[in-house]
Design a protein around this ligand. Structure first.
Ligand code: SF4
Length: 398
């Protein structure tokens, strides 16, 4: 039986064993008020209990006020680098997501605790719920540096094979240990402020890491509602399969209170995220659950973000598709390679660091990387060819 507390977000409640609430996110420019409001309403009509929009600028915040008037959606906003925008949007939304890994960008003279306290008081004043949204691609740098366990994983000292052991969280993805620490740290701090209308998410593009991290978080904090999701699950159908293998076993174990399936699909097709979420819930209800232990990615694992207001060039979705199509059948032998395709400069540079080959989109060029090394910036019409050359070099170097 779930023991998480119930929290209210506009007209919906989740936690405490209530039905899992499905979510999605608009991939429109937030300042495109009509299109964003229409998307929020369409997703709500398709079954989204909560719809998120990104807010990065004062203009975005002004737009949210207008969007609020045009939709009945329960609105959540995603704050990234500018946490101070919470004050401008809180009167018009039901939930605010902040990322602990982005707090350091502004007001550097203030501690993260001072910033979180300010966000919490803003939310409290306007009756908003909060989400502590931890993402492995954008972790708190101070915490990442100080994390001893990630040192252990890099040295190969942590090798437990038993998934019930804490150390197994770190298998295959050292960043997830920092993510888990960050989530626990922020939850404890918000508790100390006497605020309990919050949930937590710990996301990575690796299904196994997400599975173990959420399992450990739920064991440590059985009272805190969990927002489940994979970040950069990618294009369907692979993105749905990756999400299934992590989410179905978690939900079957009564872990998770709200769910977003992040798919790389154009804004007009965002309702597919709700359909995929519904499929996952049906599978859990019928006992037809994907097996995390037997999942392995293809030899070329493509991760790509779902896009949001921050996408810098609308060609991004098409590029992700082109990359997938161009590498399908590419002979890589026994090599396991990850290619990351990201839509913007906010999360693109960090998220692509963990991939063998990364492409992150700027306005007119795509930045091509090999691991953490920038190879060059290329036009949208030439970057796929450059990426294939790089892929061939990776395979030859094996
Ligand atoms: Fe949005 Fe950028 Fe994240 Fe893609 S990488 S979902 S465009 S913030």
């Amino acid at each position: 039986m779930k023991t998480t507390r119930i929290i209210q977000v506009g007209t919906v409640k989740f936690g405490g064993g209530l039905p899992v609430v499905l979510q999605s996110m608009a991939a429109t420019k937030t300042t495109d008020i009509e299109n964003t409001a229409e998307t929020c309403q369409r997703l709500t009509d398709a079954g989204a209990g909560i719809v998120r929009v990104a807010v990065d600028t004062h203009d975005d915040a002004v737009a949210v006020k207008e969007i609020r008037k045009r939709t009945t959606a329960n609105l959540s906003v995603d704050l990234q680098e500018n946490y101070r925008l919470a004050e401008a949007v809180a009167p018009f939304v039901d939930k605010i997501r902040y990322n602990p890994g982005h707090l350091y960008h502004s007001d550097r003279e203030l501690s993260w605790q001072a910033k979180v306290e300010w966000i919490v008081e803003t939310a409290r004043r306007h009756d908003c719920a909060l989400r502590i949204g931890v993402n492995c691609g954008s972790l708190d740098p101070a915490l990442a540096e100080a994390d001893h366990l990630s040192q252990l994983i890099h040295s190969g000292a942590v090798q437990s094979a038993d998934p019930s052991k804490t150390t197994d969280v770190f298998k295959g993805d050292g960043t997830i240990s920092v993510a888990l620490t960050s989530a626990l740290q922020h939850a404890a701090f918000i508790d100390s402020l006497g605020f309990d209308c919050y949930c937590v998410s710990i996301k990575s593009s690796d299904p196994r890491s997400v599975f173990y991290a959420n399992r450990h978080f739920a064991a440590a904090r059985p009272d805190v509602p969990i927002h489940l999701g994979l970040t950069e699950a990618g294009l369907p159908p692979e993105g749905i399969e990756k999400t299934r293998v992590a989410m179905e076993p978690l939900l079957a174990a009564n872990i998770g209170d709200t769910l977003r399936v992040s798919l790389t699909v154009p804004n007009e097709r965002k309702a597919e995220e709700i359909e995929a979420g519904r499929l996952i819930l049906q599978n859990v209800a019928s006992g037809s659950i994907a097996d995390i232990n037997h999942w392995k990615p293809g030899n070329i694992n493509i991760i790509s973000c779902p896009g949001c207001s921050r996408v810098e060039n609308k060609h991004f979705m098409h590029l992700a598709q082109q990359v997938r199509d161009s590498v399908t059948g590419f002979a890589v032998g026994n090599r396991l390679l990850t290619i990351a395709v990201m839509g913007c400069r906010v999360n693109g540079p960090g998220e692509t660091d963990h991939a063998d080959i990364g492409l992150w989109c700027g306005k007119s060029v795509v930045n091509l990387k090999s691991g953490t090394t920038l190879i060059g910036a290329y036009g949208y019409d030439e970057v796929v060819e450059k990426m294939l050359d790089l892929l061939a070099r990776h395979v030859r170097a094996d």
